[in-house]
Design a protein around this ligand. Structure first.
Ligand code: LRH
Length: 465
């Protein structure tokens, strides 16, 4: 009987546990899927429900054990980047994960720039100073609750935190660390000078080395093995723990191959041997993240399906029956094009929909400011505007990448759940002057599994889709 490896893949909207049977051709099974939600705590801080996620993970692991039993040989976690838990020397969680969309980091990139110079982060790390990067979250903590930082012994990013809970081994996986804004280009370790300049170095958390993707951390803890029924020999692996890095592991090899990891965010970029640190790359707002094997992934964060997800939330507040994504896309297909294409990357679209800050009104205001009156409750019209806006953002990014690298993009592979949005794929094909292909719909999980198979030196032949 073939061996089975497990991937837990958490996105901002949902999480899933997939099992891969390592037959001649890999067979993927979705074992468990669950929603992921944020909530505001008593202090008004936006947090992830990490306990809820953990209990869903245990449910999924128990189901996997029932289905595949002793054939299961390994497990790894990948999640969205930048967020973390702080752990003290007694292994207590000091700061449970805050969601990167919380507003406590607002204004911090500007403050750092005025103190330490424009493009401070770019020059040190090759990463763009997105105000949600972990470094700004730590600076916010330093400002408002510094004792928590002093107590911290480990900075565990979400997948590292989950791997610790399962294996008892703490680690900082390098693809995810490269998204923090605190790592030297090409994954060459924490940038201690930068941390010193920012007053963050005092903490022992940065004395820990980074762990390469594809490192076997250890076995499942015996208690958890008993509880779930998983084999005690099951290995826990640090995979490409950043979901975008996991998806990008499925980028076809060769020159001029771009990927779009298309989920809540759209991350568009390339895999190259070295980080691209030129002024043009900085001006194009690229970030050099780390590829799982140590190469680089210059890419751009495009606001992504988040805009549609939040609009859908608000549409559904007034619908008798919830509108599914396919219903929304069908309405968008039959709607008219507006005269202007929405800029999905406008910063007003970053914060979640809420009663106080309703999402559709923000879209309406964007058009109104440009002299176009739209009915923000028109599901088809608004959804079409968003999808067209995304396709245009991809086209702009394609032009920028070509200008920065001097390489013509031959093909764009759309990876992940967003590739199911046929209208988005069609519009991307119309706008981008190159081949546009659909990659794996479960690319983040599949990339997670691929890197595990490499770590275990097992073949992993996977068909796309
Ligand atoms: C996508 C993603 C992206 C990060 C963001 C925080 O899920 O990991 O690569 O920029 O979440």
């Amino acid at each position: 009987m073939s061996e089975v490896i497990l991937a837990v893949d958490l996105g901002a909207e949902s999480g899933r546990l997939l099992a891969a049977e390592l037959n001649e051709e890999v067979v993927l099974h979705e074992v468990h899927r669950f929603p992921n939600q944020t909530f505001y705590d008593d202090l008004g801080i936006l947090r992830w429900d990490i306990d809820g996620l953990w209990s869903e993970i245990v449910t999924g692991l128990t189901q996997a054990a029932k289905i595949f039993g002793d054939r299961i040989i390994s497990l790894a976690f990948d999640t969205w980047a930048v967020d973390y838990a702080l752990i003290d020397v007694n292994d207590q969680v000091i700061e449970p994960p805050v969601c990167y969309r919380d507003t406590r980091t607002e204004g911090l990139p500007g403050e750092v720039a005025s103190k330490h110079g424009e493009n401070f982060f770019w020059h040190h790390t090759g990463v763009r100073d997105l105000n949600f990067n972990s470094v700004f979250q730590l600076l916010a903590l330093q400002k408002h609750d510094p004792s928590k930082l002093v107590q911290a012994d480990w900075f565990l990013m979400i997948p590292d935190f989950l791997a610790w809970k399962v294996s008892g081994v703490k680690s900082t996986e390098w693809t995810n660390a490269s998204s923090t804004g605190m790592v030297k280009p090409a994954g060459q370790g924490w940038h201690l000078e930068l941390l010193e300049t920012l007053g963050l170095k005092g903490s022992s958390i940065f004395e820990k080395p980074l762990t390469k993707s594809g490192t076997i951390l250890g076995n499942i803890l015996p208690d958890l093995a008993n509880k779930t029924g998983l084999p005690k020999t099951m290995k826990i692996i640090a995979t490409a723990a950043h979901d975008t890095a996991a998806a990008a592991a499925l980028t076809p090899p060769g020159e001029g191959q771009a990927f779009i990891s298309c989920g809540t965010w759209s991350l568009m970029g390339l895999v190259v041997d070295e980080p691209i640190l030129s002024p043009d790359a900085k001006d194009a707002l690229l970030s050099n993240e780390l590829h799982w094997d140590g190469r680089s992934r210059p890419l751009k964060n495009i606001m992504g399906l988040w805009v549609l997800q939040n609009s859908r939330k608000q549409f559904n507040e007034t619908q008798e029956n919830e509108l599914s994504y396919s219903e929304i896309v069908a309405l968008a297909r039959n709607a008219e094009d507006l005269k202007l294409i929405l800029d999905v990357d406008d910063s007003r679209f970053f914060l979640p929909h809420s009663e106080k800050n309703p999402y559709l009104e923000r879209i309406g205001a964007w058009f109104e400011e440009r002299g176009i009156t739209v009915d923000p409750t028109d599901v088809g019209l608004i959804s079409r505007a968003i999808i067209r806006g995304l396709a245009l953002a991809y086209k702009k990014c394609q032009d920028e990448i070509e200008a920065v690298t001097g390489t013509k993009i031959q093909k764009i592979t759309i990876l992940g759940g967003g590739a199911r949005n046929e209208l988005l794929v069609e519009m991307t094909r119309e706008m981008c002057n190159c081949a546009v292909e659909i990659g794996h719909y479960e690319a983040t999980s599949a990339g997670n599994l691929l890197v595990q198979a490499k770590a275990l030196q097992l073949p992993f032949n996977i068909e796309c889709l």
